[in-house]
Write a protein that binds this ligand. Structure first.
Ligand code: SF4
Length: 72
């Protein structure tokens, strides 16, 4: 089965690649209790923007448990 294209905004993840695409072979997603609140605050009226970029300190700051910070 073909792998899905994962669009991701966490630009400082070591799996993050061009066009905001995740290059990991598998990703682990967990529930995010704040997902709805964040969604409403950040994207209200704009619709979801798959091109925006963010940075995260650790995987618990993201919805993705496969997140691994890039080495600097
Ligand atoms: S945070 Fe997750 S989805 Fe985003 S690039 Fe990293 S591993 Fe992929």
């Amino acid at each position: 089965m073909a792998k899905p294209i994962v669009k991701c905004s966490v630009s400082n993840c070591s799996f993050w690649g061009e066009s905001n695409q995740c290059r990991a072979d598998a990703i682990m997603i967990e529930i995010d209790q704040h997902a709805n609140a964040n969604y409403n605050a950040e994207f209200a009226g704009e619709g979801f923007d798959s091109e925006h970029q963010d940075v995260a300190d650790k995987s618990s700051s993201t919805c993705c448990h496969t997140f691994k910070p890039k080495k600097h």
